[in-house]
Every structure is written in C-alpha cells, then in structure tokens.
Design a protein around this ligand. Sequence first.
Ligand SMILES: Nc1ncnc2c1ncn2[C@@H]1O[C@H](COP(=O)(O)OP(=O)(O)O)[C@@H](O)[C@H]1O
Ligand SMILES: [Mg+2]
Length: 152
Amino acid sequence: MDYKITTYSEEETIELAQNFESEKFPNMIICLRGDLGSGKTVFTKGFAQAMGVKEEITSPTFNIIKEYNSGDMPLYHMDVYRLDGKAEELGIEEYFTKDGITIIEWADMIEEYLPEDRLDIKFKHSTEDEDKRIITITPYGYEYEELCEAVL
Ligand SMILES: Nc1ncnc2c1ncn2[C@@H]1O[C@H](COP(=O)(O)OP(=O)(O)O)[C@@H](O)[C@H]1O
Ligand SMILES: [Mg+2]
C-alpha cells in the first residue's frame, strides 16, 4: 500500500522526517527518489538532526557515501547519482546489513542492489506551487509496514 502526503514547505518535509526518526530501528533503510531539488537532502537533514547528528549534513554527491557517528546510531548517507556502476567496488550492499540507518538519495540508480525490505519515498514537485511536494511512501516488508502505520 502506498501513502500519499503533501508538504507545503521545507519545514513540513523536515517534520515528516522527524516523525519517521522517532520510530527508527537499527538497520533501517530509506530509499529516496525524485528529481534534483525535490527534497531528498532536506528529508535526510531533518532525520539526521532528530537523531542528534552534530555535523552538518552535506550532499555526498562526489563522495557517494558519508558516515555520521555523533547521533543515536550511525547514519550512512548515500547519494548514488554519480556512482557510475561502482556499487560493488564501494561495497554498497555491505551497508544494508550494518546496524545503523542508511538513507540513499537517487536509489533508483541502484535498483538491482536494493534490499527487498525497505522504505521507499518518492518526492515530486508540483506545478502549482514552488514549495509544494507530493510525496509517495511505499513500505516493503512487515517492519516497514508497521513503521508506516505508526508514523503516518
Ligand atoms: N515542501 C518542500 N519540501 C522540501 N524542500 C522544499 C519544499 N519546498 C521547497 N523546498 C526547497 O527545495 C529544495 C530541496 O533541495 P534538496 O533537498 O537539496 O533536493 P534534492 O536532495 O532532492 O536534490 C530546498 O532548497 C528546499 O528549501
Ligand atoms: Mg540531494
């Protein structure tokens, strides 16, 4: 089942991320999809802040993976837009079994590597309003279905 949510500001997207953070569990995987500027990094920042991550979250476009250890549990933030087929070289799949939270921007670029159980969040710009985002949330697997029921 898909959940559809509309946010009308960056703050509302941050609030959504905070709500998910409040129900986080080790080894949680969040796959973010959507065009440039649609809100993927905003969501990640909101989630990271709620976890207590002290460092500033910057888009890891060129590093691909950034690890933050100052929060409640490790946060692995990936932006796989420029991965160029190096998923295996970088050991992307190893992160999916680590005890932290993994958030992947542009997850559609590594579709074949994504674990079966995960949370997918798709951001879409609206043509009516510059600050409006239509967000589609799809849980895969029991844990993520429970998560959505608790949060949404
Ligand atoms: N409803 C909204 N949700 C998230 N971001 C929004 C929203 N409305 C406007 N914005 C703006 O859109 C931009 C989203 O940027 P960013 O999160 O870096 O995008 P992405 O990581 O998807 O490329 C930010 O400048 C943010 O202020
Ligand atoms: Mg981004």
